[in-house]
Ligand binder design. Structure first.
Ligand SMILES: C[S@@+](CC[C@H](N)C(=O)[O-])C[C@H]1O[C@@H](n2cnc3c(N)ncnc32)[C@H](O)[C@@H]1O
Length: 241
């Protein structure tokens, strides 16, 4: 069901989304507006108060694999404008109870650290670091927020701005995946989850091979909210060794 259990949450936007208001009235933006208006996930995002329809991709991945848990510590790479961070915050920050431990009446604290090249409008409880995640300085700021403890989940929905040159775009996308994975290798706890967006069928085979050597389970997912005409899919890597 589309995010029904996420309704009634604190994060609400006006019915006119930021991205929408930023678009100019060119022909392509009219097409984009029409597609958004007619899209069931975009409509649902407005109802549920999510900043992006992409939020439902993470909802679906998590409903299948259950990696976002109350008290969890989550890094969201490529977070702007904040749809995934909203979902992560709802599921890991205090307020919920852990179904695996029903006696734990009070949820543990939880942590969400969001990172993006672009500024992100604030979200309650979410720490935001602005900058290029490939930079050591930016990663250092993220690590500082982890405060000496490892992360439970590293998410990467990072995507380069597309040049239209397929090979170049794929190479830049792979670089972002590899950067996120290298971070996860260092700061994700044993048993933790790594999720990253890839383009083309399953991404670079050697990247997948590397993931399979680092995680006990690796799944390739195409959530319903991911547009059929998009080459994107997600690698969900469970149980870091
Ligand atoms: C598809 S959007 C993410 C949408 C987000 N998951 C949401 O639901 O709101 C991809 C984001 O990746 C960011 N990005 C691309 N390259 C990056 C980099 N090197 N470091 C940090 N963020 C990056 C872009 O600025 C963009 O905001």
């Amino acid at each position: 069901m589309l995010g029904a259990r996420h309704t009634g949450q604190a994060h609400r936007l006006s019915t006119t989304s930021t991205a929408r208001s930023q678009r100019t009235k060119s022909g392509s933006s009219h097409r984009w507006l029409r597609r958004q208006r007619d899209d069931v996930y975009a409509q649902q995002a407005r109802t549920d108060g999510y900043r992006t329809r992409s939020a439902y991709k993470l909802v679906a991945l998590n409903e299948k694999h259950r990696f976002l848990r109350p008290g969890g510590r989550c890094i969201d790479c490529g977070s702007n404008p904040g749809g995934w961070s909203q979902v992560a915050a709802e599921l890991v920050l205090s307020g919920g109870t852990d179904k695996a431990q029903p006696d734990a009446m009070h949820a543990r604290e939880g942590l969400v650290v969001a990172v993006d090249l672009l500024p992100m409008p604030p979200l309650a409880g979410v720490h935001f670091v602005q900058g290029d995640f490939r930079s050591d300085d930016v990663q250092r700021d993220v690590v500082r927020l982890l405060d000496g403890l490892p992360a439970d989940v590293v998410l990467s929905d990072m995507a380069p701005s597309l040049s239209g040159i397929r090979m170049a775009d794929q190479a830049r996308s792979m670089e972002l995946c590899e950067t996120a994975l290298y971070f996860a290798q260092q700061y994700l706890k044993e048993g933790g989850t790594f999720v990253c967006k890839i383009f083309m069928d399953g991404g670079d085979p050697s990247f997948q091979q590397q993931l399979r050597s680092l995680f006990r389970k690796v799944h390739i997912e195409k959530p319903m909210a991911s547009r059929k005409d998009s080459a994107e899919s997600y690698l969900v890597c469970l149980d870091k060794q």
